[in-house]
Design a protein around this ligand. Sequence first.
Ligand SMILES: NC(=O)c1ccc[n+]([C@@H]2O[C@H](COP(=O)([O-])OP(=O)(O)OC[C@H]3O[C@@H](n4cnc5c(N)ncnc54)[C@H](O)[C@@H]3O)[C@@H](O)[C@H]2O)c1
Length: 393
Amino acid sequence: MERRPRLRVGLIGAGTIATSAHLPALTRLRDRLELVAVADVRLEAAEATAARFGGTATADYRTLLARPDVDLVVVATPEFLHAEQTIAAAEAGKHVLCEKPMAASVTEADAMLDACRRAGVKLMIGHSRRFTPRYRAVRAAIDRGDVGEVRLVRENERRPTAMYTALAGWSGYWTPDGEGDERPWTTRAAYTYGAALTNAVHEMDLLRWFVGADAVSIYATSRVTDPTAEVPDFITCSVRFANGALGAAEVVNRLPPGYPIAHMLEVFGTAGVVRATDTTMSSLSVTGQGGTTHPANWSTLLHVPAAYEDQLRSFADAVRDDAPVPLHPWEARQALAMSLAAVRSSAEGRAVRLDEGARSDAGAGPRTLGPGDSPEGRDGGGQRPGRRTETSE
Ligand SMILES: NC(=O)c1ccc[n+]([C@@H]2O[C@H](COP(=O)([O-])OP(=O)(O)OC[C@H]3O[C@@H](n4cnc5c(N)ncnc54)[C@H](O)[C@@H]3O)[C@@H](O)[C@H]2O)c1
């Protein structure tokens, strides 16, 4: 059989998710992919990552994008950089697998879709849970008609403050202001809206996927419980969908000591219910003085290496075969619109309709939002206006 050349990958952002999930997946896909370049503003992180996984290091992602031997890039930086870096990559002719949330505003997400369509490059957003066996099994049960017509989907996520501290070799989140202010970007209003985007965009995407319709309105409440943080770490969202179904999501990022990481999903329909939880599906639980842990959950259920591998493999194959990407970026754009509506709802204490226009962008927030993000006249997350055919796929 003819051996096809490997796709050459550039990584932008050598932080937690890149080194714990994307690059191990890439290593397992070495028949298809080769890491040739790593860019990170922290040059030492880029160098350490290149030494471990391959390629050469740079502090400037534009140097990476200027290389003709990079076919596709993985963008794994904080969300406020996704639009800038994805658009620059598209303009350099690179295909892009960008981490969730797609961007910091719907306006930015639309600009990403436009840039990739114009450049004729593929774009996919890493909503990794779409690639987990667990949630695929849930979708398959719905497709088989096991639950009948879906009426309510609940998805809850409960995590310790810094879930990733459990990872071997974890070096911490990026602290933008370095020495003098060691607070990570995940807690800072200048860089993120907090749990609505860092976590709940997963819940928004899953609710929408399992309900099979776009959201009409969201009511959300959130709070900041971490005294050092500026953005919410608790959020609850109540969603009404266009087909009448309801959705509910809860994210708790600061669990009491000893409480296990737990994800819980329920899909209620006219004919049945699907339920998936970390604890009842766990193949291993260990209870000690520090509480209960479910090591198998970490590695085999939700944060599954196989999901990142499948995500990267199927994106790479779409690039190589010039086929549609397995998860259209419009899906991520809609999940983002829901999350931003939740941010606005929580801030304004009212239900926010998705057709309010880009006012469902959350408003003043992460620092890349600029004059071009004026809310007037943009569609901030309404129904898919037939744009799907206009995008990069
Ligand atoms: N799919 C998932 O389940 C999942 C899980 C965790 C994180 N994420 C997403 O991945 C993204 C990164 O999160 P993380 O947890 O890895 O954060 P992190 O802070 O660990 O890593 C971010 C990296 O980006 C680098 N960086 C900052 N500015 C840069 C720039 N201008 N150019 C190049 N590099 C730059 C930082 O130095 C850091 O190494 C976020 O969008 C986050 O929401 C997704």
